[in-house]
Write a protein that binds this ligand. Sequence first.
Ligand code: HEC
Length: 148
Amino acid sequence: MKLKLILAVLIFAQAITLGLSAIGHTAGAPTVPKVPKGWKFTFPDGDAKSGKTVFMNMQCYSCHAIKIPGEKLPPSAGGIGPDLTGYSVLPKEYLAESIIKAHTVVAAPGYVVKEGKAAMGNYNHFMTIQEMIDIVAFLKRGLEAKGK
Ligand code: HEC
């Protein structure tokens, strides 16, 4: 007799749990993920000094003219790529995109990508995300004589 009562209570409790979980799934919960209101892609701040090291090590200057305060570049510096002098005025997101997806229309005044075919190499397979973040910080903040 007592056993039957305990069993009934247990089954009742189980039923309530099941019922509640079913309600939880349906009660107004969105079915499709939604981008939070006001969201915008923002690029993190990197370390301009480390970015300069990566820029030098990867010899980005071999195709890009650039003025780096306190740095003497080899005479062969600059070449087929656009002059990056003044690029610090561009948004971080733009600079980051230039590196991970070569642009066919660029920001440098007067520079036209030949036949619309991007000629910059692909770095995505070996440049780490941190290196990319730091190079962008270098292009943003490391090119001014004052400051960092
Ligand atoms: C082999 C030559 C070459 C090397 C090396 C090179 N680039 Fe480029 N880069 C280009 C060319 C060419 C363009 C113009 C777009 C294109 O044709 O791909 C360009 C464009 C850019 C732009 C400007 C894009 C725009 O929209 O204004 C940035 C910034 C840039 N490169 C950064 C880098 C960085 C950082 C490195 C080193 C990690 C690097 N480049 C190495 C050739 C090179």
